[in-house]
Design a protein around this ligand. Structure first.
Ligand SMILES: [Zn+2]
Length: 405
């Protein structure tokens, strides 16, 4: 059995429902330590989120010992555990948490008992993204063993709170990296990016996401006395209609047009003769770089004013859009590795939801996402092709060879 498959199975057997790591990171840490990586767990206060950061740097500078402050002064960024970060710095990014199994009875095998059937590995997290966690880890270990004199720094960051609210997760580690001046040059996010066939998609960026929690205020009353009421549901309907009609943009060559969706619409007390005095609307925009949160917020304010709707609005900015250059060194290396190992020419696009890459891209890293097929993620009977695990490992390893030899 391949090392990647074995590790993926061991990870699936840990019931790590977000933000519980359930021992996954210990499994990765053991392997990485054995290969010479310097590992540390980063946690924010008492949050249940665990983050494992493993780094290896085999340049001359790393062999220096002595006073950390002196090394910092002489050689720049310094990892307090004793690693001098040299460039280029490639960071693999993953998560060990998974979403809940959902309808347990609908699974053909236990979601937390890795099961192989007809060349497929079944289990919660097989595709999103314990398979890729295993592939990244094995690729990194193979690489440093084969090439002890590689240049620059390679690292792995895995969090246990990607599927949840990310509190204490990658945003926290990104701040820590900033504080320590450890800026990745490249970031490979192992999220399942492949769409129809393995290798068909590399995500070179992501749209931004903003949610609005809107409370519309009216006056509740008896429907038989229309002059005494101010129906909040009617105002909510008018607001939604106006938001749907608002012309935002046509998209860019790299991004689809900004999209708007109502996700919740609640009003009324359940009675047939009471006009509601308030209406709660939750809605979300997935936006491209032609928009900013402020621009979208101003558009909402304008509509509220024009329609004379009195409302309280709370915005949550879930992520800003980011895009990496199409001719960057990482995208070139990754595209070539994908083609060499799968024969598929990957499409470079920005479709899909947000990922933790949005917290690393602002550090200046060329950030890409590439991983397994996403057809079954978050579903019952989540699975991945067993052979893709091996191929993914080889692809990640080739990327390291391209950049660090
Ligand atoms: Zn994921």
């Amino acid at each position: 059995m391949s090392e990647t498959l074995e590790l993926a199975q061991a990870l699936i057997a840990c019931k790590s429902i977000t933000p519980d790591d359930a021992g996954c990171q210990d499994l990765l840490e053991q392997k990485l330590k054995d290969a010479g990586f310097n590992c540390r767990t980063l946690r924010e206060n008492m949050y249940p989120t665990f983050n494992l950061l493993a780094l290896a740097c085999h340049d001359e500078q790393a062999k220096l010992d002595g006073d950390p402050e002196m090394i910092k002064a002489q050689h720049g960024p310094y990892d307090p555990s004793g690693i001098v970060i040299t460039k280029p710095f490639t960071l693999f990014l993953g998560h060990t948490d998974v979403v809940a199994a959902g309808d347990m009875g609908a699974w053909s095998s236990d979601p937390f008992t890795p099961t192989i059937k007809d060349g497929m590995l079944y289990g919660r997290g097989a595709a999103d993204m314990k398979g890729a966690d295993a592939a990244m880890t094995v690729a990194m270990c193979n690489f440093v063993r084969k090439h002890p004199d590689f240049k620059g720094t390679i690292g792995l960051l895995v969090t246990s709170n990607e599927e949840g609210d990310a509190v204490g997760g990658v945003p926290f580690v990104a701040e820590w990296l900033k504080k320590e001046h450890l800026y990745p040059t490249y970031c490979v996010v192992g999220e399942p990016s492949s769409n129809q066939v393995f290798g068909d998609t590399i995500k070179i960026g992501r749209r931004g996401s903003m949610t609005a929690h809107i409370t519309i205020h009216g006056t509740q009353g008896h429907v038989a006395y229309p002059d005494k009421i101010d129906n909040a549901a009617h105002k909510g309907a008018r607001l939604v209609a106006a938001l749907l009609e608002a012309k935002l943009d046509e998209g860019t060559p790299d991004f689809p047009p900004t999209s708007f969706n109502v996700t919740n619409f609640n009003s009324g007390v359940g009675a047939e003769n009471i006009a509601p005095g308030s209406c709660e609307i939750m809605c979300n925009w997935r936006f491209n770089p032609l928009q900013t949160p402020l621009k979208l917020q101003k558009m909402v304010e304008k509509i509220l004013e024009r329609e004379r709707i009195y409302a309280t609005v709370r915005y949550v900015i879930n992520g800003l859009p980011f895009i990496s250059e199409r001719d960057g060194a990482l995208v070139q290396a990754l595209s070539k590795a994908v083609q060499d190992h799968t024969g598929v020419i990957p499409d470079l696009n920005t479709l899909g939801g947000t990922s933790d890459g949005r917290f690393i891209a602002p550090l200046g890293a060329e950030t890409l996402e590439f991983g397994l097929c996403n057809g079954t993620i978050h579903k019952v009977n989540e699975c991945t092709k067993v052979e893709d695990l091996e191929t993914l490992t080889k692809i990640y390893e080739q990327v390291l060879e391209q950049i660090h030899l």
